[in-house]
Design a protein around this ligand. Structure first.
Ligand SMILES: Cc1cc2nc3c(=O)[nH]c(=O)nc-3n(C[C@H](O)[C@H](O)[C@H](O)COP(=O)(O)OP(=O)(O)OC[C@H]3O[C@@H](n4cnc5c(N)ncnc54)[C@H](O)[C@@H]3O)c2cc1C
Length: 287
């Protein structure tokens, strides 16, 4: 299907983009890589009058080291994030998740910030963002504010970004030396996850010194498996311990039921996936 007619601007700075957002209000929509927005427009699920393309704003692209954090520009394509050595060294969980996100063409066009701003609960990046305590930098008419991953994801396809704001970058606290694994359940390759577990862990002398676990498609937003984390911290990094703790993976979850699986199925399978993800993460951390 062909989208409804719209006007188009391609600003070259964040300030110009914010001015366009202010001018057009809720008649405007931001375009990043277009991998989620264009299907929505083509299916006429949304018909904005103005498209504001962020593709010419160089300041929104790139990855830098800021001491205690790695900062990823919102318009950085998935393929660049996935290949970046800084991300691999300090936020391995992100590298692991991006490697499994969609296919090479979508990773080439789709952006890190676009995927997170889209806030599909089945998206592969929400779990790692929650697990790594990512900070979201949002620019608006009265300046810039930063929100935590816990506050950023509000509901299904809804984030803390207001209509007159845009996401500029994502700051990921360094998790240097942590092992990481992204366990994604799909029926066929390159699909959105039926559910996914993103686990990262630090191991000292065979003990799980710290661990963080994010879940995708287990509720209307990405979740944190805090019960499992609590049970694992300070415990030996053995299969027995990880298996027992992973039984709590669905605590507080409210997964959907659909053609890929019932909520009951997801509540069960996430415990198995959590065990696999945590075991791989602790092994990667040297257990
Ligand atoms: C066939 C297919 C399979 C896919 N499979 C997966 C998968 O397995 N896992 C997965 O995680 N994703 C998957 N995706 C989605 C992919 O990750 C997209 O890149 C992502 O959802 C959107 O990123 P984008 O840059 O293309 O954003 P766009 O589609 O351009 O924008 C998405 C939404 O975010 C808003 N937005 C974008 N950038 C900003 C910003 N900086 N500030 C404020 N709002 C913004 C837009 O207005 C729009 O509402 C798939 C997509 C397709 C088409």
């Amino acid at each position: 299907m062909i989208p409804a007619p719209f006007d188009y601007v391609a600003p070259t700075s964040v300030e110009e983009a914010l001015a366009a957002l202010k001018q057009h209000g809720d008649d405007a929509k931001i375009l990043a890589g277009g991998q989620s927005l264009l299907p929505v427009l083509r299916m006429r699920l949304n018909a904005p009058e103005m498209i504001i393309d962020l593709g010419r704003i160089d300041a929104l692209r790139g990855i830098r080291d800021e001491g205690d954090a790695i900062v990823i520009g919102a318009m950085t394509p998935h393929s660049v994030v996935g290949a970046d050595p800084l991300v691999r060294e300090h936020a391995l969980l992100v590298s692991r998740a991006v490697a499994e996100l969609a296919d090479a063409q979508i990773r080439h066009r789709g952006t890190f910030g676009g995927a997170l701003a889209h806030a599909d609960p089945a998206g592969d990046l929400g779990g790692p963002a929650r697990a790594l305590d990512a900070q979201f930098v949002i620019a608006g008419p009265s300046g810039t504010r930063t929100v935590s991953a816990d506050e950023f994801f509000v509901d299904l396809f809804e984030t803390a970004i207001s209509e007159d704001e845009l996401l500029t970058e994502v700051r990921i606290p360094k998790h240097t030396g942590w092992g990481a694994h992204h366990e994604k359940l799909v029926r066929v390759a390159h699909q959105w996850p039926i559910c996914a577990v993103a686990a990262t862990a630090r191991v000292e002398n065979g003990t799980i010194a710290d661990v963080a676990i994010g879940l995708a498609n287990m509720g209307s937003t990405p979740l944190r498996a805090r019960g499992v984390e609590e049970e694992l911290r300070g415990r030996p990094a053995t299969e027995e311990v990880v298996r027992a703790a992973s039984a709590r993976a669905a605590e507080g979850a409210n997964p959907p039921s659909d053609l890929n699986g019932s909520a009951e199925y997801r509540n069960h399978v996430v415990t198995v996936m959590c065990r696999r993800a945590v075991l791989a993460a602790v092994q990667g951390a040297g257990a």
